[in-house]
Design a protein around this ligand. Structure first.
Ligand code: NDP
Length: 315
């Protein structure tokens, strides 16, 4: 039987090309978990993913109800689950006021972190039954102010997680309970992604054998992630990353990198954060990169876990 991978947000950018790269591997079947199935079908055809290599399933990762429904629907297909890629994300740098998820949480953190936190926890049971299962959460260099590319302010800071402790609903808009800052909300959510991966590893790697990991695929400067930025930024950013920082990675290559972390034996180390560096060299090799001081803070990981579990109704 084929191995099955679920990829959230597979209708665009990194997720779409990861779906394509995995579908090209004989032994994998891809479940593209997307919020807009018509769009997902269209783009899957546009990048020529063979029809018998993927299944489309609906999920709105910002909605806890929808995440639970997805898990029910997935189980009804009778497929085994061998890998989960938590990839979907939003970045809304220009908004002045927070948007809200169906449950009332600030939307960036609800989408990028809380929905995936619930999904990962629910699907652990399924992954446990597979051999050599993997759970991968997309990270990013901007989580880490110690790295070039992570230095541009505002810096992520979860503070003492007061916003989470106080319920994370109106008027609370940030994890640290401070004033709404959309760029920081994105970076905070990506710190949560790395902390969650590390805490999953600490709690469950030994008992389940599941490999938990994260990766920075490089700066994929022309994905629609930047669709909510100034048009001029969208023009200049890829150029800047190609010619000045050297961080630029094509969508195809980013997808191939995700596929390697999902499928290749070299990436079986659990608790690792994979990177190909900030400057892309031809045939550059991947390595396990140190995450930011905040993202390697074990106490913070545990507290984030407990508070997130409460917010999504797991405890
Ligand atoms: P895109 O904006 O191209 O893709 C994001 C995907 O997430 C889309 O498929 C989008 O769906 C989906 N999505 C957004 N909200 C929801 C939701 N509520 N429910 C379900 N799906 C949703 O971004 P990228 O491909 O650039 O980013 C993918 C991942 O890679 C993110 O985790 C990002 O942090 C990470 N990353 C990206 C980098 C980059 O330079 N681009 C660098 C480092 C990491 P739809 O198509 O319907 O909009």
């Amino acid at each position: 039987q084929k191995r099955t991978v679920v990829i959230t947000g597979a209708s665009s950018g990194v997720g779409l090309y990861a779906a394509k790269a995995l579908a090209q591997r004989e032994q994998w079947h891809v479940v593209m978990a997307c919020r807009d199935l018509a769009k997902a079908e269209q783009v899957a055809q546009a990048v020529a993913i063979p029809k018998d290599r993927y299944t489309l399933m609906h999920i709105d990762v910002a909605s806890l109800g929808s995440v639970r429904q997805f898990v029910t629907n997935f189980r009804e297909t009778g497929r085994s689950l061998d890998a989960l890629v938590c990839n979907a994300a939003i970045y809304m740098p220009l908004i002045k006021e927070p948007l809200r998820s169906p449950e009332g949480f600030e939307l960036t953190v609800a989408t990028n972190h809380l929905g995936h936190f619930l999904l990962a926890n629910l699907l652990l049971d399924d992954l446990k039954h597979a051999t050599a299962a993997r759970l991968i959460i997309l990270g990013t260099v901007t989580h880490n102010p110690d790295e070039l590319g992570g230095k541009i302010p505002p810096r992520p800071d979860l503070g003492d997680l007061k916003g989470f402790a106080d319920g994370f609903k109106e008027p609370i808009a940030m994890i640290d309970g401070k004033k709404f800052e959309p760029v920081k909300a994105y970076k905070d959510s990506k710190v949560c992604n790395v902390l969650t991966m590390r805490e999953l590893h600490r709690r469950y790697h030994e008992s389940t054998g599941i490999t938990f990991s994260s990766l920075y695929p490089g700066c994929v400067a022309d994905t629609p992630l930047f669709r909510n930025h100034y048009p001029l930024f969208q023009k200049l950013f890829p150029w800047f990353q190609k010619n000045i920082t050297g961080g630029y990675v094509s969508q195809e290559l980013s997808g191939e990198r995700v596929a390697m972390v999902v499928a290749d034996p070299e990436y079986s180390q659990s608790g690792a954060y994979w990177s190909w560096g900030n400057r892309q060299k031809k045939d550059g090799k991947s390595f396990v990169q140190k995450v930011s001081p905040q993202a390697r803070d074990d106490e913070k990981a545990e507290r984030l876990w407990e508070l997130s579990a409460k917010l999504v109704g797991l405890s």
